[in-house]
Design a protein around this ligand. Sequence first.
Ligand SMILES: *Cc1c(COP(=O)(O)O)cnc(C)c1O
Length: 363
Amino acid sequence: MVAEKMVRKAIMNIKPYVPGKPIEEVKRELGLDKVIKLASNENPLGTSPTAVEKMQERLERAHIYPDGNAYSLRAKLSSKLEVAQDQLIFGNGSDELLAYLGQTFIKSDDEVIMAETTFSEYEFTTNLMGGNLIKVPLKDYKHDLEEMVAAITEQTKMIFVCNPNNPTGTIVTSKEVEEFLEQVPDDVVVVFDEAYYEYVTNDDYPETIDYLSDYDNLIILRTFSKAYGLSGLRIGYGISNPELIDYLKRVRQPFNVNEIAQVGAYSSLDDKKHLEKTLEYNNQGKEYLYQQFEELGLDYIPTESNFIIVDVEESNDQIFDKLLKEGVIIRSLSSFGYQTKIRVTVGLPEENKAFIEALKKVL
Ligand SMILES: *Cc1c(COP(=O)(O)O)cnc(C)c1O
C-alpha cells in the first residue's frame, strides 16, 4: 500500500482505543430490552438536573461561538480551587489535554514513563508524538513510584501518575508522592491524572495542588466526566503554573470546549447536593459490592474510585460475554494483561444488585 509510505511512522504504532460497549449496541446485537452499563465509570445518578436546565437554555444560542477562554467557568473554578485563573486550562475532556501534553512536550525519542497497567491514553499521546514508552509494573496493584524514579534517564521527558489508578482503583499516598517529587529532576514533567479525585475517601491521598508552589514541573488533570456526570459533553481541565499553562494553551484550538459543556460544568459545580449524593451512593455501592464479593469468595481490590476490580477466577472474556447476554456490560481486563479479572463501575443500588444476580448466574 502506498498509504503506509505516506503516513508518519508514529501513526503505525497507534492501536485504536477500545471503549466500553454502548447500551444501544448491546440491545441491538442481542435483542435485549433492558441493558445496564457498568463499564465506563459514568455517574449512575446522571447529570445534575439543574445543570441540564441551564444547558437547555443555552442550546437556543447555539449559533454563537463558545467563549474560547471559558471566562465564567475559569473564574468559578479558580476561586473553588484557590489557584489563579492563569493556572487553568480547559480541554474537550481531559483526553484532549493529554494530547496537548504530547504536542507541547514530547518529541521523537523522548522517553515517557508510565505504569504498566494504567489508562491507555498516556500510551496513545506518547506514540502519536513518536516518544518511547517505559512501562513500570505496578506493585500490589499500585504505582511503584520508587521504580518509576529508577527508570528516569537523560531522555526522560514526562512521567504519568494516574491517582487513583484506572483500572485498579488504588492510590499513592502523599508521603509517597512527596518522596517521589523530591527525586524527579526539575526538567521532567510530572502529570497527575486525578480523574477520580472526588471519589477518594482515604486521608492519605495527596492534595497535589499544594505542591505546585514548590515544583514547577507538575501538571494536574481533572475532569467533569466522572463524579460530575458530564462524560457525554467532554470537558476536563488542567492545573499547573502559569508558564506551563501558557505553553499548553499554544497548541489549543481557539474554541476547543463547547459552550454547553462550559455551562454544564459551571452549574454542576453549583449543585453540591448532586455531588454529595453521588459520593454517598458510591460509598454505599462499594460496601455492598465488597460484601457480595466476600460472600461469593471472590478476591477484589479495595477501591478509592467508582469502579472495582474483582477476580472471577475464570476467563474474563468469557464472563464478559455471558454477562452481556444477561444485559450487563462490564469491562474484561484482558487487554490489560489480566486473564481472570473484570472491572465493574459502581452503579445504582438496583444496578449493583442486577450485576450480582447476573454474576451469580454465570459463574
Ligand atoms: C475517564 C478518564 C479520563 C478521561 O476523562 P475525560 O475528561 O472524559 O476525557 C482520564 N483519565 C482517566 C484515568 C480516566 O479514567
